[in-house]
Design a protein around this ligand. Structure first.
Ligand code: SF4
Ligand code: SF4
Length: 249
């Protein structure tokens, strides 16, 4: 099995949220008690029971109302920082299969949740408060292994989500970017060399409700790399990064 990817063509999302429902159904996750946060975003955030969420942002840009939708979930990083951190704590807590899916196991309950969440450049992992197990999107790896496509992709009625071999999806993303550039000069592809979920944005990133921070080497990873050349430098960079980040919180 080769590596797979999903194209998220944000310009085609209508925020119908069929993907949210399909994800709940396939993973047998119950609905959650929710509340109104002043937008149509519902529930308000990802959780151990909600692996994907369409985030809403309403704002005025040059005097005009701009309303954007952003389907958020694990990007299935090609070299996942969450796994790198977990490997140092509990062997086999986070796995990666040959399709590219990054899979959290029950062993995550023995990991430091905050360390794993902080390592994620997209702020995705969430802990079940009752069991301590950490959850997120599975890439529907059980469906992929049985020749099916992810449940959210299958249900998307507008074609905003497309699944396929990584090289084909990258080609589609670049083609789509070229089309979008004609009307949206700020259009871009996000992190295409780093993730399996490849987003094509038609508007500037600041116009979307999303978390995205710089990837940084974790302290634990840096400590481990002390035994390797440049390890001291890596640890210094990680520590400085963490101090700067804490200062921003
Ligand atoms: S997006 Fe976050 S949780 Fe998903 S693989 Fe990357 S680091 Fe891990
Ligand atoms: S790939 Fe599967 S687990 Fe991930 S968001 Fe889509 S339906 Fe949910």
């Amino acid at each position: 099995m080769g590596k797979y990817a999903v194209l998220v063509d944000v310009s085609k999302c209508t925020a119908c949220r069929a993907c949210q429902v399909a994800c709940k159904q396939w993973n047998e996750n119950p609905a959650e008690k929710t509340y109104q946060v002043g937008t149509f975003q519902n529930p308000p955030d990802l959780s151990s029971l909600t692996y994907t969420l369409v985030r809403f942002k309403e704002q005025r840009v040059n005097g005009e109302m701009v309303w954007t939708f952003f389907k958020d979930q694990c990007r299935h990083c090609l070299e996942p920082p969450c796994k790198e951190v977990a490997d140092e704590m509990v062997e086999g807590a986070i796995l990666q299969d040959e399709s590219g899916a990054v899979i959290f196991t029950e062993k995550t309950k023995n990991c430091d949740f905050q360390e794993i969440r902080d390592a994620c450049p997209y702020d995705i992992p969430r802990k079940d408060p009752a069991t301590g197990v950490i959850y997120k999107c599975t890439f529907c790896n059980d469906r992929i292994a049985n020749g099916m496509i992810p449940a959210c992709v299958k249900t998307c009625p507008t074609g905003a989500l497309q699944f396929g071999p990584r090289d084909e999806i990258l080609e589609k993303a670049r083609r789509r970017l070229k089309e979008l550039k004609k009307d949206y000069p700020h259009a871009r592809i996000l992190d295409e060399d780093e993730v399996s979920w490849i987003y094509v944005l038609h508007q500037p990133e600041s116009q979307f409700q999303m978390s995205r921070r710089e990837r940084k080497p974790s302290v634990m990873y840096a400590l481990k790399s002390l035994s390797k050349p440049l390890g001291v430098f890596a640890m210094g960079a990680a520590l400085i990064g963490q101090i700067v980040n804490k200062g921003r919180e």
